[in-house]
Design a protein around this ligand. Structure first.
Ligand code: PEP
Ligand code: MN
Length: 342
């Protein structure tokens, strides 16, 4: 249920409604908008309905949230978009973000070179995997803790916040020491215990859409994080599996405007994993930015021909600055006004 407070409602009245919701075992998730405060009451619908909140001081109306996803629903934040702050960088709303870096942390030289060049080229966050979800158990699985240490070094030098994947809840502590944003990989989108653990950590999270997941399933994954009180959730469209075999995955650009209707959460697009090859990355990025994406997460490597993982799809570091400028211009077409390196 959603409790819409009157524009004149006081903080005491909001607090009293929250206490009442919690008295029946439901959880209250207040969202303070510019005009009004809306409180999501998540729990047994019958119990919440019996509280008779309509008559409570300061309450305008009580309306059901019709979608199965509740806290991520656009209905809960009418006319308002979530903006996530990561060490002074903002994602969502009028802000456009470029998250760039190699697929995998391979070596000190590769990581620091990539970080320096994407930082100079206009990236707002640095990506790199220390734990890699590989289709084959015989492929390189990532440097693990040593990779995390290199990411910390890259951040110390460039100041760029770090986006890195957490694959297993058992690694949450070392990853949290370094990650400013935890990435949940496409293959883990429905790992509900991992999502809940990240929810409890409070760390911002980027959830990648599963290879064959619907948008509703993606939003239900976000719900697992939000339910724990962690509001810093970004969604990522990274290509889905279709009958087409001419490229790695089909980038679902339609997901961008549709997610904007369904949710207030920021939407990031990963053109690299969808494309599978470098030549497609820029056109897909331009299209995603022009379609209203709140950010792009893109793979960039100083020597992609010798990369351990995903070499053919990684942009060359020397091409990044030009690419970033063109993508930001496309984002401006879609109404973005704030860029880290405009
Ligand atoms: C990645 O970003 O490095 C990655 C493995 O992506 P995905 O989970 O989307 O395949
Ligand atoms: Mn990759």
């Amino acid at each position: 249920m959603m409790i819409v407070m009157k524009p004149t409602a006081t903080e005491e009245q909001v607090a009293a409604v929250i206490a009442r919701i919690e008295s029946c075992g439901a959880r209250a998730h207040p969202s303070r908008g510019e005009e009004v405060t809306v409180i999501g009451a998540i729990g047994d619908r019958e119990h919440v309905a019996r509280l008779g909140l309509e008559g409570h001081d300061g309450v305008e109306q009580v309306v059901p949230i019709l979608k199965p996803f509740k806290l991520s629903s656009a209905q809960l934040k009418p006319g308002d978009r979530t903006v996530i702050e990561i060490e002074g960088r903002r994602v969502g709303g009028e802000h456009f973000s470029l998250i760039a870096g190699p697929c995998t942390v391979e070596s000190r030289d590769q990581t620091l070179t990539a970080a320096r060049l994407v930082s100079a080229g206009g990236a707002s966050l640095f990506r790199g995997g220390a734990y890699k979800p590989r289709s084959s158990p015989y492929s390189f699985q990532g440097l693990g803790q040593e990779g995390l240490r290199l990411l910390a070094e890259a951040k110390a030098e460039t100041g760029l916040p770090i986006v890195t994947e957490l694959m297993d809840a058992r690694d949450v502590e070392p990853v949290l020491e370094v990650a400013d944003v935890i990435q949940v990989g496409a293959r883990n989108m429905q790992n509900y215990s991992l999502l809940s653990e990240i929810g409890r950590s409070g760390c911002p999270v980027l959830i990648k859409r599963g290879l064959s997941s619907t948008l509703e399933e993606l939003l239900m994954a976000a719900e697992y994080v939000l339910k724990e009180g962690n509001e810093s959730v970004m969604l990522c469209e990274r290509g889905i599996r279709t009958f087409e075999t001419a490229y790695r995955f089909t980038l679902d650009l339609t997901a961008i405007p549709v997610l904007k209707e369904l949710t207030h959460l920021p939407i990031v697009v990963d053109p690299s994993h969808a494309a599978g090859r470098r030549a497609l990355v820029e056109p897909l990025s331009l299209a995603a930015a022009a379609a209203g994406a709140d950010g792009i997460i893109v793979e960039v490597h100083p020597d992609p021909d010798n990369a351990i993982c995903d070499g053919p799809q990684q942009l060359r570091t020397e091409d990044f600055a030009g690419y970033a400028a063109r993508v930001q211009a496309a984002a401006a077409v879609a109404g973005k006004t704030s860029f880290v390196a405009a």
